[in-house]
Write a protein that binds this ligand. Structure first.
Ligand code: GRG
Length: 270
C-alpha cells in the first residue's frame, strides 16, 4: 500500500480527533480514540483514494468521505465485539473496547463514532454540495439496506445456507467496501466508469470476505470454507479476481492501481 496515501488518511483522522478532543467527555473520547487508532489496515479509505485516482478526482475532494467510512467501520467493529453480538475479547491483538472501557461506554463510543461520521460528512457537504450524492450513498450502504441489514440477518435465527451466507457477506462486509469503491463516481464519472466500479466493488467485497474466512477458520461461525470444499472456494476466489481485473482492463493504465489492489486483497495473509 502507498505510504503517502496511508499517512494522509492517518493525519486526516488525527486532525478530526484533535478538533473534538476537548468537546467530548474524556472517557467517551478515549474509547473512540482507542478503537480508531489501534492498528486497522484502513482498507476502505485507501480504496476510496484509489477510486478517486481512477476517476481523476483530487484526494481532497474525497478525504472526508473516506475517513467517515473508516469511522463507521470502527463503530461497527466495537458493536460487533460486544457480548450481545460476537462477544470477542480481542481485536487486532488488543483487548476490545468494552473490555477496556466497559460495555456502556463501548456502546456509546460506537454511537458517537457513527454520529461523528455523519457530522463530518454533512459539514463537508455544506461547504461543497457536489459531494451530497456520494454522502447519501455512504448512508445507504451503512444502514439497514447495507451493513446493519447484513448484521441483522446474521442475528435473525435463520437457517444459514450458502446463498444466504453470500447475501449476508455482501451486505455486512461488502456494502462498505462497495461504498468506498463506488463513492467517488457520484462526484464525477461517466456511465462506463460507474458500471465498472460497481462490478469491481461487488467482486472486491466478496473477495475480502472469502479471504477473511480462509484466514480465520473459527469452528462456530458460518464461512465459505464450511459450505464448500476449499478447492471450490479457491476457484470462486480466482474467478472473482479475474472478473474484477477484466472489468478494469479496458481502462488501461488508469485501472492498474485498482487491479493491483485487488491482487493484494486476494493474496493477503493477514
Ligand atoms: C455491528 C452494525 C454492525 C455491523 C458489524 C463489520 C461487521 C458488521 C462485523 C465484523 C465481523 C467481521 C470480522 C467480518 C469479516 C470482515 C471484516 C469486516 C473484517 C474486519 O475488517 P478489516 O480487516 O479490519 O478491514 P481492520 O482491523 O483492518 O480495520
Amino acid at each position: 500500500m502507498n505510504n503517502d496515501y496511508l499517512n494522509y488518511i492517518e493525519e486526516s483522522l488525527k486532525s478530526l480527533f484533535a478538533e473534538i478532543k476537548d468537546k467530548y467527555p474524556e472517557k467517551l473520547f478515549k474509547a473512540m480514540e482507542y478503537s480508531v487508532f489501534s492498528g486497522g489496515k484502513r482498507i476502505r479509505p485507501y480504496l476510496m483514494l484509489l477510486s478517486a485516482d481512477f476517476l481523476n478526482i483530487p484526494h481532497e475532494k474525497v478525504i472526508n468521505q473516506a475517513i467517515s467510512l473508516e469511522l463507521i467501520h470502527s463503530y461497527s467493529l466495537i458493536h460487533d465485539d460486544l457480548p450481545s453480538m460476537d462477544n470477542d475479547d480481542f481485536r487486532r491483538g488488543k483487548p476490545t473496547c468494552h473490555k477496556v472501557f466497559g460495555q456502556a461506554m463501548a456502546v456509546l463510543a460506537g454511537d458517537a463514532l457513527l454520529n461523528l461520521a455523519y457530522e463530518n460528512l454533512l459539514n463537508t457537504a455544506i461547504k461543497d454540495n457536489s459531494i451530497l450524492k456520494s454522502c447519501y450513498y455512504i448512508a445507504l450502504n451503512a444502514g439497514g439496506m447495507g451493513m446493519v441489514g447484513g448484521q441483522a440477518l446474521e442475528f435473525s435465527d435463520l437457517k444459514i445456507d450458502l446463498p444466504l451466507y453470500e447475501k449476508i457477506c455482501s451486505l455486512k462486509t461488502g456494502a462498505l467496501i462497495n461504498s468506498a469503491v463506488v463513492n467517488p463516481a457520484f462526484i464525477n464519472s461517466d456511465k462506463d466508469e460507474l458500471q465498472a466500479l460497481q462490478i469491481y466493488g461487488g467482486c472486491l467485497g466478496l473477495i475480502f470476505q472469502i479471504v477473511d474466512d480462509l484466514l480465520d477458520l473459527d469452528d462456530d461461525e458460518a464461512s465459505f470454507v464450511k459450505f464448500c470444499d476449499r478447492e471450490i472456494v479457491l476457484k470462486k476466489l480466482n474467478s472473482l479476481n479475474l472478473k474484477a481485473k477484466n472489468v478494469m482492463t479496458p481502462f488501461g493504465e488508469k485501472g492498474e492501481k485498482l487491479i493491483n489492489f485487488c491482487n493484494l486483497l486476494t493474496n493477503r495473509t493477514k
